[in-house]
Design a protein around this ligand. Structure first.
Ligand SMILES: NC(=O)c1ccc[n+]([C@@H]2O[C@H](COP(=O)([O-])OP(=O)(O)OC[C@H]3O[C@@H](n4cnc5c(N)ncnc54)[C@H](OP(=O)(O)O)[C@@H]3O)[C@@H](O)[C@H]2O)c1
Length: 357
């Protein structure tokens, strides 16, 4: 299972909208005869790759796989059929698949006479697959909010300048985070202030994440870098946006989606639903402070990655705008997951614990 997990990790960020899974096949004598990891969407699932590598030697053998094999016809056929057809006698899996259409493979395999064990290295595999498992369980993308701030928690100086608070290593690290997600989300305030391109440049990426701008009134300039030709862009505008402004943005080639508004602003729950329907399972929210506050207020942030630079600003916007916390006891508490030095800066990763069911 450790090897299967390694195989899974090697294809993280390349399998959208499928989970990144690893599999190992052992022959009847316990010798490894096949390995596999999920191919990009439309390609084979990890189990199939490993079974193909094993060929006849899979007969009477064991399949070790990080996630419960699927039992449905998606873009590919059900893995459960292929596993039973290959003569596998025993399947060892780490964790179940919570998706209604694909889950239930373990039961189906047992019905076909295959011996099934569940729960091996389950915690480690769940950590690796957490964004996907959370997304599928909730029917909305897993949201990581990222910010880069001074040591006193400010994301821009008083004059609005924010490039570059953190050093080159932290910026490369942000591109690594972008390469792992399906979509990067920014607010119109950030687009107007910084004109960012929001692409993966400093990290090897097999695909560019979808760029998303949250822009109630369709104010994105038609020559904004975020709608250039280097990647796809979705402009999430409100149902209050002027039709002429919407048409002008559509003419740029960007996808414009009109969403309901709440308090005169794009309804962020509706935005996440629209993204999920477009097969987005993970989102990197890159601010700014007001959009991040909108997500936090609604409990839509799952993980927070903060880069803190050894610089003081004293004035300028803080990382997060008002989230309605008036007193300390009302503040949302996060779980500290990791603290790492990145170049001259520090990366602090915290997680929002899910509400108890
Ligand atoms: N250091 C960093 O990590 C970092 C990262 C990003 C940005 N920044 C800095 O942050 C500043 C921009 O931040 P900002 O707060 O002004 O802008 P922002 O958060 O990028 O965008 C805020 C705008 O998004 C729109 N919006 C639409 N729906 C919303 C909703 N439901 N909730 C909240 N906002 C919604 C609103 O404008 P409409 O009502 O017109 O739609 C709102 O004014 C810039 O100075 C930039 O340099 C720093």
């Amino acid at each position: 299972m450790r090897r299967a997990l390694e195989l899974a990790a090697s294809v993280a960020g390349t399998t959208n909208p499928n989970p990144h899974v690893g599999a190992v096949v052992l022959d009847a004598d316990g010798v490894v005869v096949g390995e596999g990891a999920t191919e990009p969407a439309g390609g084979a699932h990890a189990e199939i790759v490993a079974l193909r590598a094993a060929g006849e030697r899979a007969h009477g053998g064991t399949l070790v796989v990080t996630l419960e094999p699927c039992r449905h016809h998606g873009r590919t056929g059900p893995c459960t059929t292929a596993i039973a057809g290959a003569g596998i006698r025993r399947v060892v899996m780490a964790t179940g698949d919570p998706s209604p259409e694909a889950g239930g493979g373990a039961g189906l395999l047992r019905d076909q006479g295959v011996d099934v064990a569940v729960g091996v290295l389950a915690d480690a595999v769940r950590r690796e697959l957490q964004p996907w498992l959370t997304a599928v369980g909730r029917g909305r993308p897993y949201v990581t909010w990222k910010y880069a701030a001074s040591a006193d928690g400010r994301i821009a100086a008083a004059d609005g300048t924010s490039r570059w608070i953190t050093g080159p290593e932290a910026r490369v690290d942000v591109h690594r985070e972008r390469a792992m997600v399906d979509a990067v989300v920014v607010g119109i305030g950030t687009v107007l202030a910084d004109d960012p391109q929001v692409t993966v440049r400093d990290w090897p990426a097999q695909r560019q994440p979808l760029r998303v701008v949250v822009d109630t009134h369709a104010r994105t300039p038609v020559d904004a870098r975020v709608i250039d030709a280097t990647a796809s862009t979705l402009l999430a505008v409100g149902d209050v946006a002027e039709p002429a402004a919407v048409s002008a943005l559509e003419a740029t080639g960007a996808t414009v989606v009109q969403l309901p508004t709440a308090d005169q602003r794009v309804d962020l729950r509706a935005l996440l639903t629209a993204l999920y329907e477009r097969e987005v399972r993970s989102v990197l929210l890159e601010g700014g402070a007001r959009l991040a506050a909108g997500f936090v207020r609604l409990g839509l942030v799952d993980r927070v990655v903060g880069y803190l630079a050894p610089v003081l600003l004293g004035a300028g916007p803080s990382a997060l705008a008002d989230i309605g916390v008036a007193t300390l006891s009302a503040a949302p508490r996060l779980r500290l997951a990791e603290v790492v030095r990145v170049g001259a800066d520090v990366r602090i990763t915290t997680q929002v614990e899910p509400e108890p069911a």
